[in-house]
Design a protein around this ligand. Structure first.
Ligand SMILES: [Fe+2]
Length: 447
């Protein structure tokens, strides 16, 4: 083991230890805060049991967020309703108990992590209740506007404590950058939670006006809304798997390019992230990159699977794949914008590419990104008609072709990415490589 990796191991152990200390600290903090905020009286047991049941039911029905790793459930509205109705202590207790997951009860999650989860939820709910109590003056019926402001402020505090504690814990435990975690997941959750805060407000109003029956009636349309969102989420998954299936259909015809589409998409997304594309732009580029060579579906097996070099006539047929691919994408409404990226993914920055010989900024930026990602993967992949370049050789090739084949800015961003990422360890490169750069120079570009 090298001294570098020994040092890495030590720092990884330190972070894990810190995550345990943090979890224990949160557990102790929850007990202490619980002691401080414990009320004198006990609310009606049946009301507590009713809301506990509501939390258990709604928490058991989460909806996976389409673009993030997290999920959201109407459960938050029920937890927060109980905070508004029964105060920080009882609301916090119902939240912590009602949202216990099955895997936490069956011992599949370490005890310390279960304790952390319960503690942070209790503290989040208590913070929401305290902020609400501080701002709400009078009952809902007397000052509805102030009650609404207090509900939102308390809800934001609840969400903030919940997110901060969870992000800190996960970033320590999994060695992830907390800011990246917030950027990738939390920002997708915030609108859902903000939207559920007024639901808690209305839930409390309905409970005061009609009682438990009113809350059940109020819950029904929420469940219908959840069903509609689940359908949307599933449809979206179907769309994404259809894209992968299309790429797989192509790879089945040309098995030598196995995994190429996914890797090109991976590299294109890495470049786009470094070029500050928005999440929507990145998502579209991710799908379009997977399908960048889909036009090869329209090329005959005789040409597509030819192991040797192409004749001029075969080469001309092969070049047609970018236009065929663009026509296919133009028929898919959600991907139509990417049709021109596919059409021009073999254009060169110096105007010597195909199909139209466009140059520089006349080539769409996404097509210039695709060109670098596609060529790099072709360079480092073994094909029947060529051997793979080493990472170092491919890097030199990108430098050499920057400003001629490749957009220099995109090329330099990709080189930066190669430096910073661990491509070799991620399995994107073949292990044994024995060719000199001179042998490969003529084969730097891809089809
Ligand atoms: Fe291509």
């Amino acid at each position: 083991m090298s001294s570098d990796s020994a040092e890495e191991n030590r720092s990884s152990e330190r972070l894990k230890m810190l995550s345990h200390v943090f979890a224990a600290f949160m557990g102790a903090g929850a007990i202490w805060v619980g002691y401080l905020v414990q009320p004198e009286g006990l609310p009606r047991i049946t009301s507590l049991a009713f809301f506990l049941a509501l939390i258990v039911i709604t928490e058991a029905l989460p909806i996976k967020l389409p673009r993030a790793n997290g999920s959201v459930s109407v459960g938050f509205a029920m937890c927060y309703s109980s905070v508004l109705l029964f105060g920080p202590f009882w609301g916090g207790l119902l939240t912590a108990l009602g949202s216990l997951r099955k895997m936490e009860l069956t011992g599949k999650v370490p005890a310390l992590e279960v304790a952390f989860n319960r503690a942070q939820l209790f503290l989040a709910a208590v913070s929401g209740g305290l902020v609400f109590n501080l701002l709400s003056t009078g009952a809902l019926g007397e000052r509805p506007y102030m009650f609404a402001v207090a509900t939102m402020a308390g809800g934001i505090s609840y969400f903030a404590v919940n997110v901060t504690a969870t992000v800190l814990y996960i970033s320590l435990k999994m060695e992830l950058n907390p800011i990246a975690l917030v950027a990738s997941d939390v920002k997708w959750m915030a609108p859902s939670y903000l939207g559920l805060m007024p639901i808690a407000y209305l839930n409390v109003a309905v409970y005061h006006a009609v009682g438990e029956v009113g809350v059940i009636f109020f819950l029904l349309p929420l469940m219908v809304g959840r069903y509609a969102f689940t359908m949307y989420s599933e449809l979206r998954d179907v769309f994404v798997s259809t894209i992968s299936a299309l790429a797989a259909a192509l790879e089945a015809r040309d098995p030598h390019t196995s995994g190429h589409a996914e890797r090109v998409s991976h590299y294109a997304v890495a470049i786009a992230r470094r070029m500050d594309f928005t999440d929507e732009q990145i998502e579209l580029l991710q799908y379009v990159s997977i399908l960048h060579d889909i036009g090869k579906i329209g090329i005959s097996d005789q040409v597509l699977q030819k192991p040797g070099r192409f004749t001029p006539a075969e080469w001309s047929i092969m070049k047609g794949h970018s236009e065929i691919g663009a026509n296919i994408l133009a028929k898919i409404k959600a991907l139509r914008e990417g049709a021109s990226w596919v059409l021009y993914h073999h254009e060169r920055y110096d105007g010597m590419g195909y199909p139209e010989g466009l140059s520089c900024e006349n080539i769409p930026l996404e097509a210039r990104i695709l060109a670098v990602a596609d060529s790099f993967d072709a360079m480092v992949s073994q094909r029947p008609y060529k051997r793979a370049l080493t990472l170092e050789q491919a890097r030199n090739e990108i430098v050499r072709c920057s400003g001629t084949q490749f957009d220099p800015e995109v090329a330099s961003i990709f080189l930066e990415y190669i430096e910073e990422s661990e491509l070799v360890h991620a399995g994107f490169l073949p292990a044994e490589l024995d060719e000199t750069p001179e042998e490969r120079v003529q084969e730097g570009s891809s089809v």
